[in-house]
Write a new protein. Structure first.
Length: 77
């Protein structure tokens, strides 16, 4: 699906309005955080990784593990 859109001046920046059909096709929705990257003369938009509750639990468990076994881990390094 290719559309032609114009860049619009927004303050000191520029923007493009994304139509609903593009958002539906990509799975993006309002207020999603996107990573923006310039790649081979193209602009690439990706969904930003959203941490979940389980991600936070894994991070906390890993921090407890490292705190408990820091000396042993340093010996292994």
């Amino acid at each position: 699906m290719a559309l032609v859109k114009k860049l619009s001046k927004i303050g000191n920046s520029y923007g493009v309005i994304l139509p609903n059909e593009i958002l539906k096709a990509t799975g993006f929705s309002a207020n999603d955080e996107l990573e923006i990257e310039a790649q081979d003369n193209c602009i690439v938009l990706r969904p930003r990784f959203k941490s979940t509750q389980s991600d936070k639990k894994v991070t906390q468990a890993m921090a407890r593990f490292i705190k408990k076994y820091r000396r042993d881990l340093e010996k292994l390094a």
